[in-house]
Design a protein. Sequence first.
Length: 154
Amino acid sequence: MSRYTIRFEPSRCVGCGACAVACMDQNDWEPLGEGHMFRKIIITEHEGREKNHLSCLSRACMHCANALCIKACPQGCITRDPATGFVIYDNTDCIGCKSCLSACLIGAPVFDANGKMGKCDGCNERVKAGLLPACVRGCPFDALTLVSSEGAFT
């Protein structure tokens, strides 16, 4: 089994949000607001001695090796794809209890207007088809890359 990871290089990120827009487009996810997107851009201003500087973070589900959200879901909506290693979901049976959200260390699960959970699935089907995740494809500065457990960049 090849395990894939979406690696983030903060020194290359300018906070443009292209990755988040690509993710929304790929997933047809209508956010209820900025906090309800699968991929979030966090920009922090730091005070320096001579000038201030910004740090940018592109954050989404980290597909944790010990994904607590999988164990927390009482309906079994969250699983790990054995082919890619990505933590995926099927929200058909989601009851909107938000146990997955409570278990997630970074708050990756989000909920739509109907109370159904959604989250980054690493563009699992795209990766299985040999394509890059939408966020990786959409990043103009190569701050996001897809890496396999074998070390080969895709």
